[in-house]
Design a protein around this ligand. Structure first.
Ligand SMILES: NC(=O)N[C@@H](CC(=O)O)C(=O)O
Ligand SMILES: [Zn+2]
Ligand SMILES: [Zn+2]
Length: 408
Protein backbone atom coordinates (compact mmCIF):
# COMPACT_ATOMS: atom_id res chain seq x y z
CA UNK A 1 0.00 0.00 0.00
CA UNK A 2 1.67 3.26 -1.13
CA UNK A 3 1.50 6.49 0.93
CA UNK A 4 -0.06 8.48 -1.90
CA UNK A 5 -1.28 7.61 -5.39
CA UNK A 6 -2.13 10.20 -8.05
CA UNK A 7 -4.66 9.00 -10.63
CA UNK A 8 -4.96 10.95 -13.86
CA UNK A 9 -2.91 12.31 -16.75
CA UNK A 10 0.87 12.68 -16.62
CA UNK A 11 3.76 13.02 -19.10
CA UNK A 12 5.61 9.81 -19.91
CA UNK A 13 8.20 9.16 -22.64
CA UNK A 14 7.19 12.13 -24.72
CA UNK A 15 3.45 11.55 -24.43
CA UNK A 16 0.74 12.46 -21.93
CA UNK A 17 -0.77 9.20 -20.62
CA UNK A 18 -3.60 8.17 -18.25
CA UNK A 19 -2.68 6.10 -15.22
CA UNK A 20 -1.35 6.35 -11.68
CA UNK A 21 1.85 7.55 -10.04
CA UNK A 22 2.67 6.08 -6.61
CA UNK A 23 4.66 7.93 -3.92
CA UNK A 24 6.37 6.27 -0.97
CA UNK A 25 8.40 8.16 1.69
CA UNK A 26 8.86 11.22 -0.49
CA UNK A 27 10.01 9.30 -3.59
CA UNK A 28 8.29 8.41 -6.86
CA UNK A 29 8.13 4.61 -6.70
CA UNK A 30 5.84 3.48 -9.52
CA UNK A 31 4.24 4.67 -12.75
CA UNK A 32 1.35 2.51 -13.93
CA UNK A 33 -1.20 2.57 -16.72
CA UNK A 34 -3.67 0.97 -14.26
CA UNK A 35 -4.91 1.88 -10.78
CA UNK A 36 -2.54 1.49 -7.85
CA UNK A 37 -3.63 1.14 -4.20
CA UNK A 38 -2.72 3.98 -1.84
CA UNK A 39 -3.37 5.20 1.72
CA UNK A 40 -4.37 8.41 0.02
CA UNK A 41 -5.67 8.59 -3.55
CA UNK A 42 -5.66 11.93 -5.35
CA UNK A 43 -7.81 11.75 -8.45
CA UNK A 44 -7.04 14.59 -10.85
CA UNK A 45 -10.05 16.50 -12.17
CA UNK A 46 -10.92 17.43 -15.75
CA UNK A 47 -8.24 19.57 -17.38
CA UNK A 48 -5.75 18.70 -14.65
CA UNK A 49 -2.34 17.17 -15.36
CA UNK A 50 0.42 16.00 -13.03
CA UNK A 51 3.90 17.37 -13.90
CA UNK A 52 7.34 17.29 -12.30
CA UNK A 53 7.98 20.38 -10.15
CA UNK A 54 10.13 22.95 -11.98
CA UNK A 55 13.89 23.21 -11.36
CA UNK A 56 14.59 26.92 -11.93
CA UNK A 57 18.35 27.29 -12.50
CA UNK A 58 18.41 31.12 -12.38
CA UNK A 59 16.84 32.79 -9.34
CA UNK A 60 17.90 35.91 -7.39
CA UNK A 61 16.57 35.64 -3.83
CA UNK A 62 18.45 38.74 -2.58
CA UNK A 63 18.12 38.69 1.30
CA UNK A 64 21.22 39.86 3.31
CA UNK A 65 21.28 43.67 2.86
CA UNK A 66 18.62 43.54 0.11
CA UNK A 67 15.86 41.91 2.14
CA UNK A 68 13.49 44.70 1.13
CA UNK A 69 13.60 43.33 -2.44
CA UNK A 70 13.18 39.62 -1.53
CA UNK A 71 14.24 37.12 1.09
CA UNK A 72 14.92 33.41 0.86
CA UNK A 73 11.60 32.96 2.71
CA UNK A 74 9.47 35.19 0.45
CA UNK A 75 11.22 34.12 -2.76
CA UNK A 76 10.89 30.39 -2.09
CA UNK A 77 7.24 30.83 -1.07
CA UNK A 78 6.81 32.50 -4.47
CA UNK A 79 8.64 29.56 -6.05
CA UNK A 80 6.35 26.85 -4.65
CA UNK A 81 3.36 29.06 -5.39
CA UNK A 82 4.50 29.02 -9.03
CA UNK A 83 5.14 25.26 -9.14
CA UNK A 84 8.93 25.54 -8.76
CA UNK A 85 10.31 22.96 -6.32
CA UNK A 86 14.08 23.57 -6.74
CA UNK A 87 15.82 26.94 -7.15
CA UNK A 88 19.44 27.79 -8.04
CA UNK A 89 20.40 30.70 -5.78
CA UNK A 90 22.36 33.41 -7.63
CA UNK A 91 25.37 34.83 -5.67
CA UNK A 92 25.28 38.49 -6.81
CA UNK A 93 23.80 39.39 -3.44
CA UNK A 94 24.85 42.28 -1.20
CA UNK A 95 27.35 41.32 0.13
CA UNK A 96 28.17 38.96 -2.76
CA UNK A 97 28.80 35.26 -2.13
CA UNK A 98 32.52 35.41 -3.04
CA UNK A 99 34.26 34.09 0.09
CA UNK A 100 33.96 31.12 2.40
CA UNK A 101 32.40 33.02 5.33
CA UNK A 102 29.61 34.55 3.22
CA UNK A 103 29.01 31.18 1.54
CA UNK A 104 28.49 29.60 4.99
CA UNK A 105 26.17 32.43 6.03
CA UNK A 106 24.20 31.95 2.81
CA UNK A 107 23.80 28.23 3.51
CA UNK A 108 22.42 29.00 6.96
CA UNK A 109 19.65 31.36 5.80
CA UNK A 110 18.31 28.59 3.56
CA UNK A 111 16.92 26.98 6.71
CA UNK A 112 13.96 29.25 5.92
CA UNK A 113 13.64 27.88 2.38
CA UNK A 114 10.28 26.52 1.21
CA UNK A 115 11.89 24.94 -1.86
CA UNK A 116 14.90 22.71 -2.41
CA UNK A 117 17.95 24.69 -3.47
CA UNK A 118 21.38 24.72 -5.10
CA UNK A 119 23.93 27.21 -3.70
CA UNK A 120 25.96 29.40 -6.06
CA UNK A 121 29.34 31.11 -5.66
CA UNK A 122 30.45 34.25 -7.53
CA UNK A 123 33.76 33.97 -9.40
CA UNK A 124 35.63 37.20 -10.22
CA UNK A 125 39.38 36.87 -9.63
CA UNK A 126 38.82 35.05 -6.31
CA UNK A 127 40.00 31.61 -7.40
CA UNK A 128 41.53 30.59 -4.05
CA UNK A 129 38.25 31.36 -2.26
CA UNK A 130 36.32 29.44 -4.94
CA UNK A 131 38.47 26.38 -4.40
CA UNK A 132 37.89 26.58 -0.63
CA UNK A 133 34.10 26.06 -0.89
CA UNK A 134 32.03 23.25 -2.37
CA UNK A 135 29.30 25.22 -4.10
CA UNK A 136 26.69 23.50 -6.24
CA UNK A 137 27.49 25.85 -9.14
CA UNK A 138 29.61 28.93 -9.89
CA UNK A 139 28.61 32.25 -11.55
CA UNK A 140 30.69 34.65 -13.64
CA UNK A 141 29.66 37.94 -15.25
CA UNK A 142 31.52 38.94 -18.45
CA UNK A 143 30.03 42.44 -18.02
CA UNK A 144 28.41 44.28 -15.13
CA UNK A 145 24.81 43.65 -14.20
CA UNK A 146 23.05 44.15 -10.83
CA UNK A 147 25.76 44.34 -8.18
CA UNK A 148 28.35 45.60 -10.67
CA UNK A 149 30.83 42.74 -10.21
CA UNK A 150 32.33 41.16 -13.33
CA UNK A 151 35.39 39.20 -14.43
CA UNK A 152 38.55 41.12 -15.34
CA UNK A 153 39.79 37.84 -16.82
CA UNK A 154 36.85 35.58 -17.77
CA UNK A 155 39.08 32.75 -19.05
CA UNK A 156 40.95 32.63 -15.73
CA UNK A 157 37.66 32.49 -13.82
CA UNK A 158 36.26 29.82 -16.16
CA UNK A 159 39.49 27.75 -15.88
CA UNK A 160 39.31 28.05 -12.11
CA UNK A 161 35.65 27.04 -11.67
CA UNK A 162 35.58 23.86 -9.48
CA UNK A 163 32.09 23.00 -10.84
CA UNK A 164 29.61 24.03 -13.57
CA UNK A 165 29.94 27.72 -14.46
CA UNK A 166 26.88 29.85 -15.28
CA UNK A 167 27.84 32.93 -17.25
CA UNK A 168 26.19 36.29 -17.84
CA UNK A 169 27.32 36.89 -21.45
CA UNK A 170 27.46 40.62 -22.13
CA UNK A 171 30.85 42.06 -23.19
CA UNK A 172 32.14 44.65 -20.68
CA UNK A 173 34.07 46.75 -23.22
CA UNK A 174 30.98 47.04 -25.46
CA UNK A 175 28.65 47.95 -22.57
CA UNK A 176 30.77 51.10 -22.12
CA UNK A 177 30.45 51.99 -25.82
CA UNK A 178 26.80 50.93 -26.15
CA UNK A 179 25.07 51.39 -22.75
CA UNK A 180 21.74 50.40 -24.34
CA UNK A 181 23.34 46.94 -24.71
CA UNK A 182 22.24 46.16 -28.31
CA UNK A 183 22.44 42.52 -29.51
CA UNK A 184 26.15 42.83 -30.49
CA UNK A 185 27.02 43.19 -26.78
CA UNK A 186 25.62 39.70 -26.12
CA UNK A 187 26.78 38.12 -29.39
CA UNK A 188 30.45 39.13 -28.92
CA UNK A 189 30.35 37.85 -25.34
CA UNK A 190 28.80 34.53 -26.40
CA UNK A 191 31.47 34.12 -29.10
CA UNK A 192 34.22 34.80 -26.53
CA UNK A 193 32.65 32.36 -24.05
CA UNK A 194 32.41 29.66 -26.75
CA UNK A 195 36.04 30.26 -27.85
CA UNK A 196 37.07 29.78 -24.20
CA UNK A 197 34.84 26.69 -23.93
CA UNK A 198 36.53 25.18 -27.02
CA UNK A 199 39.88 25.44 -25.23
CA UNK A 200 38.91 24.78 -21.61
CA UNK A 201 36.21 22.11 -22.27
CA UNK A 202 34.58 22.44 -18.82
CA UNK A 203 30.84 22.58 -18.12
CA UNK A 204 29.49 26.01 -19.09
CA UNK A 205 25.89 27.25 -18.94
CA UNK A 206 25.08 30.44 -20.81
CA UNK A 207 22.40 32.47 -18.98
CA UNK A 208 19.42 34.30 -20.48
CA UNK A 209 20.25 33.96 -24.21
CA UNK A 210 18.15 36.70 -25.84
CA UNK A 211 19.42 37.24 -29.43
CA UNK A 212 18.97 35.28 -32.65
CA UNK A 213 22.69 35.68 -33.48
CA UNK A 214 23.71 34.48 -30.03
CA UNK A 215 21.49 31.41 -30.25
CA UNK A 216 22.76 30.67 -33.79
CA UNK A 217 26.36 30.84 -32.56
CA UNK A 218 25.73 28.35 -29.73
CA UNK A 219 23.84 25.91 -31.98
CA UNK A 220 26.52 26.17 -34.69
CA UNK A 221 29.36 25.23 -32.28
CA UNK A 222 27.22 22.46 -30.72
CA UNK A 223 29.55 21.76 -27.76
CA UNK A 224 28.03 18.99 -25.60
CA UNK A 225 29.57 20.55 -22.43
CA UNK A 226 27.89 23.90 -23.09
CA UNK A 227 24.22 24.32 -22.14
CA UNK A 228 22.10 27.49 -22.10
CA UNK A 229 18.78 28.90 -21.02
CA UNK A 230 16.10 31.25 -22.33
CA UNK A 231 13.86 33.29 -20.02
CA UNK A 232 10.08 33.86 -20.22
CA UNK A 233 10.55 37.62 -20.61
CA UNK A 234 12.64 37.14 -23.76
CA UNK A 235 9.96 34.73 -25.06
CA UNK A 236 6.85 36.78 -24.23
CA UNK A 237 7.99 40.45 -24.24
CA UNK A 238 9.89 42.74 -26.63
CA UNK A 239 11.59 46.14 -26.67
CA UNK A 240 8.21 47.66 -27.65
CA UNK A 241 6.86 46.61 -24.23
CA UNK A 242 9.89 48.24 -22.58
CA UNK A 243 9.28 51.46 -24.53
CA UNK A 244 5.77 51.52 -23.04
CA UNK A 245 6.83 50.44 -19.53
CA UNK A 246 10.29 51.47 -18.20
CA UNK A 247 9.90 48.93 -15.37
CA UNK A 248 10.75 46.32 -18.05
CA UNK A 249 14.42 47.33 -17.96
CA UNK A 250 16.43 44.11 -17.73
CA UNK A 251 19.92 42.84 -18.67
CA UNK A 252 20.20 41.57 -21.33
CA UNK A 253 17.49 43.91 -22.59
CA UNK A 254 14.20 42.89 -24.17
CA UNK A 255 14.82 42.43 -27.91
CA UNK A 256 13.03 43.16 -31.19
CA UNK A 257 10.18 40.97 -32.43
CA UNK A 258 12.58 39.25 -34.89
CA UNK A 259 14.82 38.01 -32.06
CA UNK A 260 11.83 36.88 -30.04
CA UNK A 261 10.36 35.05 -33.01
CA UNK A 262 13.73 33.36 -33.69
CA UNK A 263 13.77 31.99 -30.12
CA UNK A 264 10.32 30.48 -30.68
CA UNK A 265 11.30 29.11 -34.12
CA UNK A 266 14.15 27.25 -32.37
CA UNK A 267 12.37 26.46 -29.11
CA UNK A 268 12.99 22.73 -29.74
CA UNK A 269 16.74 23.38 -29.50
CA UNK A 270 16.47 25.30 -26.22
CA UNK A 271 17.48 22.87 -23.43
CA UNK A 272 16.44 24.97 -20.42
CA UNK A 273 13.89 27.65 -19.60
CA UNK A 274 14.75 29.60 -16.42
CA UNK A 275 13.10 32.64 -14.87
CA UNK A 276 16.06 34.94 -14.02
CA UNK A 277 13.69 36.05 -11.23
CA UNK A 278 15.37 39.36 -10.36
CA UNK A 279 13.06 41.19 -7.94
CA UNK A 280 13.37 44.96 -7.41
CA UNK A 281 10.78 47.10 -5.63
CA UNK A 282 8.86 49.74 -7.64
CA UNK A 283 11.04 52.40 -5.94
CA UNK A 284 14.20 50.59 -7.06
CA UNK A 285 12.76 50.30 -10.57
CA UNK A 286 12.03 54.06 -10.54
CA UNK A 287 15.75 54.37 -9.75
CA UNK A 288 16.70 52.37 -12.87
CA UNK A 289 17.34 48.90 -11.40
CA UNK A 290 17.52 46.16 -14.04
CA UNK A 291 15.69 42.87 -13.58
CA UNK A 292 12.17 41.36 -13.60
CA UNK A 293 10.29 39.12 -11.13
CA UNK A 294 9.15 35.88 -12.75
CA UNK A 295 8.70 32.93 -10.35
CA UNK A 296 4.91 33.10 -10.07
CA UNK A 297 4.19 33.56 -13.77
CA UNK A 298 6.73 31.45 -15.67
CA UNK A 299 4.95 28.06 -15.68
CA UNK A 300 1.52 29.63 -16.26
CA UNK A 301 2.93 31.56 -19.25
CA UNK A 302 4.26 28.26 -20.63
CA UNK A 303 0.94 26.43 -19.98
CA UNK A 304 -0.88 29.27 -21.76
CA UNK A 305 1.57 28.85 -24.67
CA UNK A 306 0.79 25.08 -24.70
CA UNK A 307 -2.91 25.96 -24.96
CA UNK A 308 -2.03 28.18 -27.92
CA UNK A 309 -0.10 25.35 -29.60
CA UNK A 310 3.31 27.13 -29.36
CA UNK A 311 4.92 24.15 -27.59
CA UNK A 312 3.88 20.82 -26.10
CA UNK A 313 3.49 19.82 -22.47
CA UNK A 314 6.40 17.45 -23.01
CA UNK A 315 8.58 20.38 -24.19
CA UNK A 316 7.71 22.19 -20.93
CA UNK A 317 8.60 19.13 -18.83
CA UNK A 318 11.97 18.67 -20.59
CA UNK A 319 13.02 22.34 -20.40
CA UNK A 320 11.88 23.05 -16.85
CA UNK A 321 12.63 19.76 -15.06
CA UNK A 322 14.21 16.83 -16.93
CA UNK A 323 17.05 18.72 -18.65
CA UNK A 324 17.99 20.84 -15.59
CA UNK A 325 18.15 17.67 -13.43
CA UNK A 326 20.35 15.90 -16.00
CA UNK A 327 22.54 18.88 -17.04
CA UNK A 328 23.37 19.79 -13.44
CA UNK A 329 23.72 16.19 -12.22
CA UNK A 330 21.08 16.48 -9.50
CA UNK A 331 21.23 12.93 -8.15
CA UNK A 332 17.74 12.80 -6.58
CA UNK A 333 15.84 14.94 -9.10
CA UNK A 334 14.05 13.90 -12.30
CA UNK A 335 10.62 12.48 -13.08
CA UNK A 336 11.33 8.76 -12.76
CA UNK A 337 11.10 5.90 -10.26
CA UNK A 338 13.38 6.42 -7.26
CA UNK A 339 13.56 10.20 -7.66
CA UNK A 340 12.19 12.83 -5.25
CA UNK A 341 8.42 13.21 -5.48
CA UNK A 342 8.59 16.89 -6.44
CA UNK A 343 5.22 17.04 -8.18
CA UNK A 344 2.80 19.73 -9.27
CA UNK A 345 -0.84 19.50 -10.34
CA UNK A 346 -1.70 22.03 -13.04
CA UNK A 347 -5.15 22.92 -14.39
CA UNK A 348 -4.63 23.48 -18.11
CA UNK A 349 -8.12 24.92 -18.48
CA UNK A 350 -8.09 27.35 -15.53
CA UNK A 351 -8.24 30.96 -16.75
CA UNK A 352 -6.94 33.66 -14.40
CA UNK A 353 -5.68 37.25 -14.44
CA UNK A 354 -2.17 38.12 -13.23
CA UNK A 355 -2.31 40.39 -10.15
CA UNK A 356 0.95 41.11 -8.29
CA UNK A 357 -1.13 41.64 -5.13
CA UNK A 358 -1.86 37.89 -5.14
CA UNK A 359 1.86 37.02 -5.20
CA UNK A 360 4.29 36.07 -2.44
CA UNK A 361 7.31 37.80 -4.01
CA UNK A 362 8.23 41.11 -2.33
CA UNK A 363 8.76 42.69 -5.77
CA UNK A 364 5.23 44.16 -5.50
CA UNK A 365 4.70 44.32 -9.27
CA UNK A 366 4.64 41.97 -12.28
CA UNK A 367 5.68 42.46 -15.93
CA UNK A 368 2.47 40.55 -16.81
CA UNK A 369 0.03 42.53 -14.60
CA UNK A 370 -3.47 42.20 -16.04
CA UNK A 371 -2.59 39.39 -18.47
CA UNK A 372 -5.31 36.73 -18.75
CA UNK A 373 -3.62 33.32 -18.78
CA UNK A 374 -5.12 29.88 -19.46
CA UNK A 375 -3.29 27.39 -17.27
CA UNK A 376 -2.44 27.52 -13.57
CA UNK A 377 -0.43 25.59 -10.97
CA UNK A 378 -2.94 24.51 -8.32
CA UNK A 379 -0.94 22.11 -6.09
CA UNK A 380 2.76 21.71 -5.32
CA UNK A 381 4.27 18.68 -3.55
CA UNK A 382 7.87 18.78 -2.31
CA UNK A 383 9.33 15.30 -1.76
CA UNK A 384 5.83 13.89 -1.39
CA UNK A 385 4.45 16.56 1.00
CA UNK A 386 1.75 19.01 -0.08
CA UNK A 387 3.31 22.50 0.31
CA UNK A 388 0.90 24.65 -1.75
CA UNK A 389 -2.76 24.30 -2.72
CA UNK A 390 -4.99 26.86 -4.44
CA UNK A 391 -2.55 29.76 -3.77
CA UNK A 392 -2.17 28.84 -0.08
CA UNK A 393 1.29 27.86 1.28
CA UNK A 394 0.94 24.84 3.54
CA UNK A 395 3.25 23.94 6.44
CA UNK A 396 6.67 25.18 7.45
CA UNK A 397 9.82 25.63 5.33
CA UNK A 398 11.03 22.14 4.31
CA UNK A 399 13.65 23.00 1.68
CA UNK A 400 16.79 20.84 1.45
CA UNK A 401 20.04 21.40 -0.42
CA UNK A 402 20.30 19.39 -3.64
CA UNK A 403 22.56 16.33 -3.79
CA UNK A 404 24.97 16.21 -6.75
CA UNK A 405 26.13 13.09 -8.59
CA UNK A 406 29.65 12.21 -7.32
CA UNK A 407 32.26 14.57 -8.63
CA UNK A 408 29.74 16.79 -10.43
N1 LIG B 1 18.92 40.32 -15.16
C1 LIG B 1 18.98 41.49 -14.60
O1 LIG B 1 18.70 42.51 -15.23
N2 LIG B 1 19.37 41.61 -13.31
C2 LIG B 1 19.78 40.51 -12.43
C3 LIG B 1 21.24 40.15 -12.65
C4 LIG B 1 21.43 39.39 -13.94
O2 LIG B 1 20.86 38.30 -14.08
O3 LIG B 1 22.12 39.90 -14.81
C5 LIG B 1 19.62 40.95 -11.00
O4 LIG B 1 20.21 40.31 -10.10
O5 LIG B 1 18.90 41.96 -10.77
ZN1 LIG C 1 22.52 37.97 -15.81
ZN1 LIG D 1 20.17 36.81 -13.20
Amino acid sequence: MFDLVFVGKFPYNGQVVEGSVAIEEGKIVRFSKGELKGEKILRLGRGQVLLPGMIDVHVHLRDFEESHKETVKSGTMAAIHGGITTVFDMPNTRPPVMDERTFRLRGRIFRRSYADYALGFLLAGNCEEAKAVKADFYKAFMGASTGGIFSEDFEADYSCAPGPLHVHAEEASLIIRFPERPPIVEVVAIRKALDAAERIKKRLHICHVSTAEGLKEILKRGFSWVSFEVTPHHLFLTRRDYERNPFLKVYPPLRDEKDRRFLWEHIKDVPVIASDHAPHTPEDKEGGAAGLPGLETELALLLDAVNRGLLTLWDVVEKTALNPARLFCLKTKGFSEGKDADIIVVDLKREWVVRADDFYTKAGWSPYEGWRLKGKVIMTFLRGELVMEEDEIIGRPRGERVAKENGA
